[in-house]
Design a protein around this ligand. Structure first.
Ligand code: S3P
Length: 459
């Protein structure tokens, strides 16, 4: 039974630590696998997407040991470990990967397939990448075009549009590439290929996307310079392993932040959340809407964490904070335009839910990228919120939502998309009657145990 029934919540209270950051966990495995020597990854996200990356590097010959840390308290009765683990990665260096014996299945993970295409382009062997039904409909031309320009032989289904992707890598040369879309996955794929290229590879983004790659790669020895939206990487520099600590995922915390703002009688503290400004656009928008949110204990965890007593070289490189939210404030509608989208790209579904309770009409435009995520998130949110009684106008690049409206319980589809399932579950907490959410196992992509934590925080 892949569904859950939810009813209106009377309150939403407590203290939680969200799962480790998905984007940073992926990158920790990528970069440590390509380094020489051992890396210890602390607070690694154990979820389906990051396991796709881990399994991919195992297929490429990298030895990765997993240490499962039992959660406290357990997420699921009798369950085996929680969403946080520890990895010991025995990196192979840039040139130590082996040709995979079989197709590499990237599951549902866009980050895995895009970034690994960059790595495999620089390796002199044949590989094939595929994924689940959703991933096989996600655009690959955005990485194929620049990687081909760098010298990779690379082909994909449907005229080089979609996975499966076949790659014969080899000697690459540096390019200067102006990206047509702001995408951290595309940027990171080019930077990874740039590690293998002769010369200095340059990438220029139209808008700032998440910068975890630029922050983490230099800690392992890569030579990167960043000037605004212009990033350069020197090819041929070997990486060396280091210890990496992954902060909590702001995108997972976002569901609880909005729940606390919408459910009456709410107050929560979300601890140890990554607050990299390229990720926290939702916070600014919610504050602009009138929300009561405070960041406390803002820190560079590498300076004052007890963790560093045993790991003097522990790399974090990301700002971390605790997030306090108290409900009960009136929210007002906002207008969101294109340049804001990358900093809240994964928060679009939950922002739509917040907009249903804001006075006025919230409009989100310039968000056409949302149509090519794990599902068509513009269509999914418009369809499902309309079913709950909300007036929505859909545009090719976004939507407008008439707020301050009551929601009514109904049967909701998640389209196999983790963020739709979680966002609509928060909508269910303020809806009249019972809401059934179908396809809830999708939450395991980024947030195993989401419903157990939700139940603990509410009644
Ligand atoms: C990600 C980048 C974003 C985001 C995705 C994770 C990453 O995608 O939506 O969930 O880890 O680099 P795009 O870079 O394609 O916008």
């Amino acid at each position: 039974m892949d569904r859950i029934e939810l009813t209106k919540a009377r309150w939403f209270k407590g203290e939680i630590s969200p799962p480790p950051d998905k984007s940073i966990s992926h990158r920790a495995v990528f970069f440590s696998s390509l380094s020489k020597g051992k890396s210890n990854i602390k607070n690694f996200l154990r979820a389906e997407d990051t396991m796709s990356t881990l399994n991919a590097f195992r297929k490429l010959g990298v030895e990765i040991q997993e240490i499962v840390i039992p959660p406290s308290p357990p997420l699921v009765k009798g369950g085996k470990g929680g969403f946080s683990g520890e990895l010991i990665v025995h990196g192979k260096g840039l040139y130590g990967l082996k040709e995979p014996f079989d197709v590499i299945n990237c599951g549902n993970s866009g980050t895995t397939i895009r970034l690994i295409a960059g790595v495999l382009s620089g390796n002199p062997f044949f590989s094939v990448l595929t994924g689940d039904e959703s991933l096989r409909q996600r655009p690959m031309a955005r990485v194929i075009t620049p990687l081909r320009q760098m010298g990779a032989e690379i082909m994909a289904r449907a005229g080089d549009k979609y996975p499966p992707v076949a790659i014969k890598g080899g000697r690459l040369h540096a390019i200067k590439y102006t990206m047509p879309v702001a995408s951290a996955q595309v940027k990171s794929a080019i930077l990874l290929a740039g590690l293998y290229a002769e010369g200095e590879t340059e990438v220029i983004e139209p808008f700032q996307s998440r910068d975890h790659t630029e922050r983490m790669l230099p800690a392992l020895g890569a030579e990167i310079t960043v000037e605004g939206l212009h990033i350069k990487i020197k090819g041929g520099t070997e990486l060396r392993g280091t210890d990496i600590y992954v902060p909590g995922d702001f995108s997972s915390a976002a569901f609880f932040i909005v729940a606390a703002l919408l459910v009456p009688d709410s107050e929560i503290l979300i601890k140890n959340v990554g607050v990299n400004p390229t990720r926290t656009g939702l916070l600014e928008v919610l504050k602009q809407m009138g929300a009561n949110i405070e960041l406390t204990n803002i820190r560079d965890i590498s300076l004052n964490s007890p963790l560093i007593t045993h790991h003097s070289s522990l790399f974090v490189g990301e700002p971390v904070a605790d997030i306090y939210c108290k409900g009960g404030k009136e929210l007002n509608a906002v207008q969101i335009t294109k340049e804001k989208i990358p900093s809240l790209i994964d928060e679009f579904p939950i922002l739509c839910v917040a907009a249903t309770q804001a006075t006025g009409i919230t409009t989100i435009r310039g968000a056409e990228e949302l149509r090519v995520k794990e599902s068509d998130r513009i269509k999914a949110m418009a369809t499902e919120l309309r079913k709950m009684g909300i007036e929505i106008e859909e545009f090719e690049d976004g939507l407008s939502i008439k707020g301050k409206c009551g929601l009514k319980g109904t049967i909701i589809e998640s389209y196999g998309d983790h963020r739709i399932a979680m966002a609509m579950s928060i909508a269910a907490l303020i809806a009249d009657g019972t809401t059934t959410i179908n396809g809830i196992s999708s939450v395991n992509i980024s947030f195993p145990g989401f419903f157990e934590i939700l139940m603990r925080l509410t009644e």
